[in-house]
Design a protein around this ligand. Sequence first.
Ligand code: ADP
Ligand code: MG
Length: 298
Amino acid sequence: ATPTAVMVGTGVGASQGVLIKGGQALESTHKMNCIMFDKTGTLTVGKPVVVNTQILNNMELREFYKLIAATEVNSEHPLAKAIVEYAKKLTEDKEKPVWPEAQDFVSITGNGVKAIVENKKIIVGNKSLMLDQNIAIPVGAEDMLAQAEGMAQTGILVCIDKEVAGVVAISDPLKPGAKDVISILKSLKIRSIVVTGDNWGTANAIAKEVGIETVIAEAKPEDKAKIVKDFQASGYTTAMVGDGINDSPALAAADVGMAIGAGTDIAIEAADIVLMKNNLEDVITAIDLSRKTFSRIR
Ligand code: ADP
Ligand code: MG
C-alpha cells in the first residue's frame, strides 16, 4: 500500500472510532488469520453482577458481604466491582457505605485478593488461589462452583480465617453482537480462540454460547502471551483482543493487539489498534479497512 492509502485507511478508522497506530498494524490485520479473545470485558459486557450467594457457615449475609467488600474495594477488577456494588445494596447507607479498614491488602493478578479485615483473614478468589493458600474446598462449595460454571457464571470462593465460608456466583453476559462477529470471522476463514484467566467450566460455557471451538482457560498473563507466540510459531498471523492489564503481554506479543477503549491504560498502550466504541463489530471494521487498504488500492 502507498503511504497515502495507509493515511486514508487510518483516517477512516479514526472517524469510525477505530484508532490504528500506523501502517504496520493495518498490514498485519490484513494478513491475520487467527484471533484470540479475552473473555471478561472483551467477549462479555464486563459489567458483571452478583446473581447468587451461598454461605456455608452461619454468618449473616450482610456481615459476609461487609468483610468481602472491605477487601474487594481495593481491587480494580470488574468482579471486585460487582461484589462491592452488591454489598452496597445490603448496607444501611447505600450512597456512602463505610467499609472497615483492610490491612495488608494483596492483589494476586488473575487469581483474587486477600487482606485482613477486623482481625479476620479474608481471601476472595478462584480455586487455584485457595489451593495455593492451602485451603481445603468443601464439597458444598465445589458443587456450587460447578453449577455456576455450567451457567457460564463465575463462582468466587470466599475464605474467612482458613475456612471456605461461601461462594458468590457472578454473571457477565455476552456483548450483543459477539455471536455475529464470530460467525463473520468464520466466514472470513479466521480462526477464533477464547483465552481467559477464568476457569475451564465458565470459559467453555461462554465459548459455546458465542460459537468458538478452541478454548484456553486458567491462563496467567504470561500464559496468554505464550499462547500467542505458540500460534505464531505454528504459522498463524495473530491478533489478540483484550481490555485488561492481564492482557497487555499478549497484546504486545500479537501481530495485532486490539484493545477495548474502555480497557485499562496499560492495555491501550500495548495495543496496535484501539476499539474506542468498545464493541466487537469494530474488529470487522478494522479487517475491512485493512483489506481495502492492502488489496484494492496498490
Ligand atoms: P479474565 O481473563 O477473564 O479477564 P482474570 O485473569 O482477570 O480474568 O481473572 C481470572 C480469575 O481470577 C477470575 O475469573 C476470578 O476467579 C479470579 N479473580 C481475579 N481477580 C479477582 C478479584 N479481585 N476478586 C475475586 N476473584 C478474582
Ligand atoms: Mg478482561
